[in-house]
Design a protein around this ligand. Structure first.
Ligand SMILES: Cc1cc2nc3c(=O)[nH]c(=O)nc-3n(C[C@H](O)[C@H](O)[C@H](O)COP(=O)(O)OP(=O)(O)OC[C@H]3O[C@@H](n4cnc5c(N)ncnc54)[C@H](O)[C@@H]3O)c2cc1C
Length: 376
């Protein structure tokens, strides 16, 4: 069994396979956790992303909503990982607040909440007074919010290495600095050409994140998975103030405070990645716009210094739906790609794909997310 990619999806898949006695080799062209899985904002999301709800509309939201049960199952699984992997992941669920400054924003929150509830997500609408009671740190001009108790945060620097260590302890071979260059179908299996030489495998699991489309093309698939440059800001540590994951209904924002007190401020603001660039660069316009929203929502942030902004590439699909499971027409080739919010969903994606390979019924239904429905 060959797993391509040492991010969260790959390390989780390798772990759940190795735990069940399957011989696994994982190859990673850089180091483990070097890309999106180790550079994200650490939000544990359960709700439909609000900016996309506004931009892409209710029909898009209904098409995306079947992903909610998968996110919820991943969050349940996250709750078991600290003891399963024997690691402190700084995982906590204090709830997500999607806050509004206008009545029109409240109406949009309510419309989205109705779709979310229909797909099993508990979302509570809060009045101005309710909001002030549970989040006195928020700006006084906010008129209300929705509260989603299933949401929270975890440390992106902890979980992927913990999965990798646990996989290796159960016999998985984890090969760093080993890039996949090509795949040949041979007999009942594959030969993967890597810069460490050819690797034969009956099955390949494509966990290559933003590169997953390129890897899929090696077996003749045309999948709409692409990389998008975005950035996250981190402040100096401050006294505990914000227990929740905070979003804003009037602009892109995710805001949380880490255990050490730093505020992580993001929300999918674009970074710069021009043709020919070796790596993405920070866009100062995004910093300014992102921080302006953050301070307007949590005024105390005006007194906290920004320490750093980092850019990274997130794996995206146009409809935000994942691509999971064995590819119809290419037996033995599996996709494990959860776009945009794959920090939240990585654990369940790894488990479900491993269960499929083990011949078990996956813990969540992933049939509707097969590559067939996503081919361009
Ligand atoms: C700035 C930012 C903020 C984000 N914030 C959040 C958040 O708060 N919450 C959330 O849920 N999600 C968030 N995400 C999304 C989340 O981080 C990703 O969806 C998730 O980490 C994807 O995991 P992955 O393992 O599929 O991909 P990756 O972590 O990108 O791992 C893929 C790996 O495959 C390797 N690879 C690629 N090609 C090859 C090859 N040819 N040979 C060998 N190896 C190869 C790569 O080197 C890489 O290490 C964010 C992403 C970014 C960039």
């Amino acid at each position: 069994m060959l797993v391509i990619g040492g991010g969260l999806a790959g390390c989780a898949t390798a772990y759940f396979l190795a735990k069940n006695g399957i011989e696994v080799v994982l190859i990673e062209r850089h180091d483990l956790n070097a890309l999106a899985s180790g550079s994200n904002a650490g939000s544990i999301h359960a709700q439909i992303p609000h900016a996309e709800f506004l931009e892409l509309g209710e029909e898009w939201a209904r098409g995306f909503a079947p992903v909610i049960p998968l996110m919820l199952e991943s969050i349940r699984l996250w709750g078991t990982l600290e003891s399963e992997l024997g690691a402190d992941l700084e995982f906590s669920l204090k709830g997500g607040l999607l806050v509004a400054r206008t009545e029109a924003q409240m109406r949009a929150i309510e419309r989205k909440g109705a779709i979310e509830r229909a797909h099993g997500l508990a979302v509570e609408i809060l009045s101005r007074a309710d909001l002030r009671r549970i989040a006195p740190y928020l700006a006084e001009d906010l008129v209300g919010a929705s509260f989603c108790a299933s949401e929270g945060k975890a440390n992106p620097l902890a979980v992927t290495p913990a999965f990798a260590r646990a996989a290796a302890a159960r016999g998985a071979a984890v090969l760093r600095r080993t890039a996949l260059a090509g795949i040949r179908v041979e007999g009942q299996g594959f030969v993967a050409e890597t810069d460490a030489g050819p690797i034969r495998a009956h099955r390949i699991i494509n966990c290559a994140g933003a590169e997953a489309g390129r890897i899929a093309a090696m077996v003749g698939l045309d999948l709409p998975i692409e990389g998008h440059p975005i950035q996250v800001n981190v402040t100096e540590p401050a006294a505990p103030l914000v227990p929740h994951l905070v979003y804003f209904a009037g602009g892109k924002l995710t805001l949380k405070q880490t255990r050490r007190g730093a505020f992580l401020i993001g929300g999918g603001w674009p970074a710069i990645f021009a043709p020919g660039d070796a790596r993405p660069r920070v866009d100062p316009r995004s910093i300014e716009a992102n921080l302006r929203i953050a301070v307007s929502v949590v005024p105390a942030l005006a007194d906290v210094h920004l320490l750093r902004t980092w850019p990274a590439i997130v794996n995206g699909t146009a409809d935000w739906r994942p691509v999971l499971g064995e590819v119809p027409g290419v037996p033995g080739f599996y996709m494990c790609c959860f776009p945009w919010m794959g920090f939240t969903a990585g654990p369940i994606c790894g488990l479900a794909v491993a269960e499929l390979i083990l011949g078990r019924k996956p813990s969540v239904d992933i049939t509707q997310f097969s590559a067939l429905g996503n081919a361009t």
